[in-house]
Design a protein around this ligand. Structure first.
Ligand code: FES
Length: 950
């Protein structure tokens, strides 16, 4: 597309069953009741001048530029605040209105510097456009009113500047921060001509304020008062491509705005159904990694991992990899090979990697990073409901009355959805937070949890049993729903179990650390408060009882009838951008695409006919089993696309030992990551800006990813996998990812109706999309569960084997922070490190004092598995006995301390519970010093391989 701005209807869309017909400038228009005259005029194809109105903010009515005349109505009402009525006759273009509007605009312009020609927003400025629209040529009052001319520009934020001289104090930025983001960081200070925008009362500038850099204020600004630095530095964009963000599982749609081959800015797309025009600091601003100098653009090989890398041609690298893999298969058999599918790459790329493993390597040894995050979601929801995915779309939260958040921190981990959730909470929905830590959601501007259950890490199942106990024993079960929709015998068995005294809140209080009265209150609220929706994250799944916890959540939703309609449901907040898609594509060793077991002969026959090979009916190895087999000398070759398992998987020493024992590790990635230290072949990857394909977000929404620029390395990732397949002798001839999607649709019933033409036309589709659901499925299990009757599963609390004791008396739990992402490979290569330059250890004041630790001190964090050092932050956000850190920085590598305990059903590691000791330290440990030296060395070696592809 060209560069024209996205259309703005002035005021938000209204949904109503009642339609109203009116006449605007002699033209009839029909709109939903409650629509404003301004929006109706825009729908009719007209345009009314405006400044303070924009369609993602509530009507405000302050600038008075949008005046209209309405037959039978006195004066000149503001069209942005006047609702339509049946038969209304509106006039938007009269002499009187033109005069009034020019007068209003004249006052605004007299308060604004006239430097349009040198302004970076010239020809892309709403104020300039509106001045032209009202025909303003001269200002009679001079420009003395431009009272802020002396104000210095606030350039403190790394991504945008605030130039108060250009501000017309329309309040759009303040309202965007309040209404869209929910942070309330901005205010209007002073009155009249003296009024000005301020980034909070306790701060001097944007950077030190509460601002979370979501960009909503920049987006809302109608002048260049708030402007991306990149526009000033690179110049105005010339073209735009609509694509999908590659950070978290929210899946925001953005307009990538380009100047030549340079990305200038990412602007949230208002028609994006996941983000509805909002963004967070990562998707909006942290895209610089894609063109970072650390990108490796040429393939590299080496005979053994103690040798330096050698930059080679693609042909040589692929030939080297193929000959090693063939030799391994000949010597050790096909099952000595395997592959890892990336949750960062597209559905099409993931599908090809698992196809390469099954059809090329001849084994089911394929796995994905969901192994270490949401595999319990797949198992738990498939068992209870019949589908391995969340039940709702994000819009559903707008109809929730009670929101229960367990083991998730949406304002940091899934910030755009977190803002929507906070909006609903500000409208009056109730909130229950089950989390060992006092997350921002527990207490933030205008939001306070009704119940915070600060449980001891590792006791999720016990707390859920206690909630279920209250619901069953106090007669709060929705019996009609359960009788109609669920297996009644299994329900009775479950109800009998949770009713036992050993599951009461009082009995379990010493186990969970949560006061029984809080559990009782929360249970009553969830069961009786109207539409109850549960949202959960890795704080649920990454436990030895991760799958049990997911099923316990499903039990609660079924028992209270909170499933199968808007406003309710069970909603996993998926971590990575395409973790849902990677799972959907058959990336697990036991499942083909669409979650069909490899032992199912009919499913295998379908794939065998399409691919012309035999598929092993036995499940393959999971990642931890591949590593175990490698240390036993049985597993020798691994193709890893877009994952850094050395950093992201538990028990780093064990991962390193497994990788070191292999004959050929192929790392296919953007950067020389930690895993590449053990690789023999490095294949350069392409960023999401350089490829076509699709991602599937946490709502099962399949969204287009569009190539914004040519791949810096010369190839999209799916092309590299295809070339590797060809080097191995496979006859693959895809020329576009749409052909891969067509194959997925042929082989996967839940994707049967998906194709690129529909995605282009409709923007996105939520699976299942097939004959039974031709328009997709925003809400699952509406008329019945996918598995037939909902299945209650008894989930007995079993304490983890990881116990505290005299040597390791504290419990460590981990999480994310807003500005960084996962192992930080992307965000650490952006300005986001301004907010989080290192991982910090949160420790309660009592525990800190007992150890003589103050905020900022270096501390040693040690467990049975290993140790690391980092700086401490003393805070009561964590309870006594609990410590917390993030895992974004390789110099800390929090996973050197995590154990190899894992979920009983899926092997998902127990990241969230590790018994540790904290002691004062003098600084980084020996291995961390070694690591820093190795990283410097790796960068030097890589330097020779970083020239652009020819
Ligand atoms: Fe209506 Fe400003 S746009 S009053």
């Amino acid at each position: 597309m060209g560069y024209e701005r996205q259309a703005d209807f002035g005021t938000p869309e209204v949904r109503s069953d009642t339609q109203v017909t009116l006449e605007i400038d002699g033209r009839a228009v029909t709109v939903p009741a409650g629509t404003t005259v301004m929006r109706a005029a825009a729908v009719a194809g007209g345009s009314i001048p405006k400044l303070c109105a924009t369609d993602n903010l509530k009507q405000f009515g302050s600038c008075r530029l949008c005046l209209v005349e309405i037959d039978g109505m006195r004066g000149t009402p503001a069209s942005c605040t006047t609702p339509v009525t049946e038969g209304m006759k509106v006039h938007t273009q009269t002499e009187k209105l033109a005069r009034l509007r020019r007068g209003v605009m004249e006052l605004y312009i007299s308060d604004h510097p006239l430097d349009c020609l040198t302004c970076s927003a010239n020809n892309d400025c709403e104020l300039q456009d509106q001045a032209a629209a009202v025909g303003l040529r001269d200002v009679r009052y001079g420009y003395e009113g431009a009272h802020h001319l002396a104000a210095p520009t606030d350039a403190s934020n790394p991504y945008f500047d605030f130039d108060a001289t250009k501000c017309i104090v329309c309040s759009r930025c303040v309202r965007a921060c309040d209404e869209v983001q929910g942070t309330l960081a901005l205010t209007v200070e002073g009155r009249g001509f003296g009024s000005q925008i301020s980034a909070g009362v306790k701060s001097d500038d944007f950077l030190s304020s509460e601002c979370v850099s979501c960009g909503a204020c920049v987006q809302a600004c109608p002048t260049s008062a708030l402007m991306e630095k990149a526009v000033t530095e690179i110049g105005k964009p010339e073209r735009a491509v609509v694509t999908t963000c590659a950070y978290c599982g929210v899946g925001c749609t953005f307009r990538a705005e380009m100047r030549g081959e340079q990305l200038v800015r990412m602007v949230p797309w208002k028609d994006g159904k996941a983000n509805r025009g909002h963004s967070c600091v990562k998707g909006r601003f942290a895209w610089g990694y894609a063109q970072h100098q650390d990108r490796i653009l040429k393939p590299m090989v080496r005979e053994s991992i103690d040798q330096p890398w050698r930059a080679v041609s693609w042909e040589e690298a692929l030939g080297f990899a193929a000959s090693r893999f063939k030799a391994i298969a000949a010597t050790h058999g096909n099952n000595a090979l395997g592959g890892i599918v990336s949750s960062r790459c597209t559905n099409e790329e993931g599908f090809l990697v698992q196809k390469l493993v099954r059809a090329g390597f001849g084994t089911n040894n394929v796995d994905t990073c969901a192994r270490v995050c949401h595999s319990p979601t797949g198992y738990g929801l498939k068992t209870t409901f019949g589908t391995s995915a969340g039940t709702q779309d994000f819009d559903s939260v707008e109809e929730s009355d009670v929101i229960l958040v367990i083991g998730a921190n949406p304002t940091d981990g899934h910030p755009v959805f977190g803002s929507r959730m906070k909006k609903r909470l500000r409208q009056g929905a109730k909130l229950i937070v089950i989390d060992p830590r006092r997350t921002d959601l527990v207490r933030s501007p205008h939001v306070e949890a009704d119940y915070h259950l600060p449980l001891r890490p590792g006791t999720n199942v016990a707390v859920l049993s206690a909630l279920a106990h209250v619901i069953v024993t106090e007669g709060l079960v929705n019996e009609a729903f359960v009788r109609e929709r669920c297996d009644w015998d299994e329900f009775q068995h479950w109800a009998e179990f949770v009713s036992q005294e050993r599951n009461s809140p009082e009995f379990l209080e010493p186990v969970t650390g949560v006061r029984a009265d809080l559990v009782r209150g929360a249970a009553r609220l969830y069961a009786t408060g109207g539409n109850g929706a549960i949202y959960y994250g890795l704080g649920v799944t990454e436990h030895s009882q991760g799958s049990s916890t997911v099923m316990a959540i499903a039990n609660l939703a079924m028992a209270t009838g909170n499933i199968g309609r808007r406003g309710v449901g069970v909603n996993p907040l998926r971590g990575q951008n395409n973790v849902q898609g990677a799972c959907d594509m058959g990336s697990f060793p036991h499942e083909l695409s669409g979650y069909r077991h490899v032992s199912d002969a009919a499913t295998r026959a379908l794939f065998e006919a399409e691919w012309g090979v035999k598929i092993d009916p036995e499940p393959g190895l999971r990642i931890p089993n591949m590593l175990d087999a490698a240390t036993d000398g049985l597993f020798k070759g691994l193709y890893i696309q877009g994952e850094d398992i050395l950093q992201s998987d538990p028990d780093t020493k064990h991962v390193a030992a497994g990788l070191a024992a292999m004959d050929c590790v192929i790392v296919h990635d953007l950067f020389l990551n930690e895993t590449a230290n053990y690789a023999h072949v490095f294949l350069p990857g392409s960023s999401f800006l350089e490829k076509d394909g699709t991602f599937t977000n946490a709502e099962r929404r399949i969204q287009p990813v569009r190539k914004v620029m040519e791949p810096l390395n010369g190839y999209q990732d799916w092309e590299v996998t295809q070339e590797l397949a060809r080097a191995l002798g496979l006859d693959w001839n895809y020329t576009h990812p749409s052909q891969i999607m067509d194959e997925i649709a042929r082989l996967t019933p839940s994707f049967a109706g998906v194709n690129y033409a529909r995605l282009d036309a409709e923007g996105s589709l939520q699976w299942p999309v097939n004959d039974a659901a031709p328009d997709g499925s925003p809400i699952m299990h509406v008329d019945g569960f996918v598995r037939g009757k909902g299945k209650f599963v008894v989930t007995d609390y079993v304490p983890t084997d990881e116990r505290t004791g005299p040597r390791f008396p504290l419990l460590l739990t981990t999480g994310r922070i807003l500005s960084q992402y996962n192992v930080g490979a992307q965000t650490r290569r952006t300005e986001n490190s301004v907010w989080h330059a290192e991982d910090l250890l949160e420790i309660h004041p009592t525990d800190a004092e007992n150890r003589g630790i103050k905020s900022g001190d270096w501390v040693r964090l040690a467990s049975r598995s290993g140790e690391t050092t980092l700086r401490a932050t003393v805070t009561d956000r964590v309870a006594p006995g609990v410590v917390y850190t993030t895992f974004h920085h390789p110099a800390t590598q929090a996973n050197v301390v995590t154990t190899d305990y894992s979920d009983w059903a899926t092997n998902c590691p127990e990241y969230k519970v590790t018994a540790v000791q904290i002691t004062p330290s003098n600084g980084p440990s020996e291995w961390q010093e070694d690591y820093a030296a190795q990283a410097r060395q790796a960068r030097r070696i890589a330097g020779s391989a970083m020239e652009p592809a020819e």
